[in-house]
Design a protein around this ligand. Structure first.
Ligand code: SD4
Length: 344
């Protein structure tokens, strides 16, 4: 995905090397591919379209990653946002985070009855001296900022799944059953949201990272966590450094999968640090996934952990513990869905 040396030399021979390549090429003298946005899962295809409306007009990566994931939060029949599966007490509780190119960040967790947790996370970042608000306090803040308090009713599909779950009420917080399937088994891989043939969602999260025309990175993540989770459970998505991390000198990373195991390894931050040491986005993601695999030993068979990463040059990559993860990419060349490499 990098522009090759020949192209670079051509650019240099046009006289744009030296002074003007400052800010246009990175330290390794690779021209930057921008703008670009990448997002987790096939739902990322639609989300990227929302982000692209901002990026293609020269807008900021921060605006793009907010607008992008709002598309998914708006899909009421989706696994993200208020249409998602509830916790085991029957309430939908949402987590979200956002981070810009200057280490500004904001997040909300255990938030109920608010349609766009990502926008509340952005307000936390921009309007408070804090990074994170949770539960009732986060909701109060959202309402004071003019967000509507929605009904709290479950969507039709979530209500159906919850009633089904109540029959057995087994507490088995296994996230991402996609390892038992493949993208081709999804109803329609280009139509978000995807449901598995057994009726379950194959994920509950959308994560997005973008590089804008000015060369700035930002990221966002929004999720319903895990269906039928313990009340009060919070995953990695709103934890800066675990579910999301952005360092504008290096790159931006977002995670999906079993949040507990992403938190354990400070996942997104760990991937960024590996890129700082010169690893490609894919290799950096792979090394952290392999660490999770080592830590979990035989229990790695029961969980999924995935990262997507974008570096300062616009190079991107991903890695998953198990088969079945994919991510969407949007550039000036168009949009595509990429099957992620995986460990086992
Ligand atoms: C969590 N990482 O709350 C999220 C869940 C997820 O696709 O990514 N689901 O643990």
């Amino acid at each position: 995905m990098s522009i090759n040396r020949r192209n670079f030399i051509n650019l240099s021979s046009l006289g744009i090397a030296g002074f003007s390549l400052q800010g246009f090429v990175n330290k390794q003298n690779l021209p930057t591919l921008k703008p670009i946005v990448i997002a987790t899962w096939d739902a990322g295809l639609n989300a990227n379209k929302g982000a692209w409306e901002v990026l293609s007009k020269g807008g900021s990566a921060l605006d793009a990653v907010e607008k992008g994931v709002m598309v998914t939060e708006d899909e009421i029949s989706c696994c993200v946002g208020l249409g998602a599966n509830p916790d085991r007490d029957g309430h939908v509780t949402l987590d979200a985070s956002i981070m810009d190119h200057e280490f500004n960040c904001g997040s909300v967790a255990f938030l109920e009855r608010i349609k766009h947790p990502i926008s509340v996370a952005r307000r936390v970042m921009e309007k408070t001296p804090h990074v994170m608000l949770v539960g009732e306090g986060a909701q109060q803040f959202a309402v004071s900022e003019g967000f509507t308090l929605e009904s709290g009713n479950l969507s039709e599909s979530a209500d159906k799944s919850y009633k089904q779950w109540l029959k057995k009420s087994t507490y088995k917080p296994v996230i991402n059953v996609e390892r038992k399937t493949s993208t081709s088994q999804l109803e329609d891989k280009f139509k978000a949201p995807a449901r598995l043939s057994n009726g379950e969602w194959n994920h509950d999260t959308i994560g997005m990272v973008a590089l804008d025309a000015n060369g700035n990175l930002s990221g966002s993540c929004t999720t319903s966590g895990a269906g039928f989770k313990l009340r009060g459970r919070v995953g990695d998505s709103p934890i800066i450094g675990a579910g999301l991390y952005v360092d504008n000198e290096v790159g931006a990373v977002v995670a999906t999968g079993q949040g507990e195991d992403v938190i354990r390894v400070a996942g997104a931050s760990a991937v960024v640090e590996l890129m700082r040491q010169g690893k490609s986005p894919q290799d950096a993601c792979r090394l952290v996934v392999e660490k999770v695999r080592r830590i979990k030993k035989e229990k790695a068979a029961d969980i999924q952990v995935c990262f997507i990463a974008l570096n300062k040059n616009g190079e991107h990559g991903s890695y998953a513990l198990h088969k079945g993860f994919n991510y969407a990419v949007q550039t000036n060349d168009g949009s595509k869905l990429i099957e992620s490499p995986f460990s086992v």
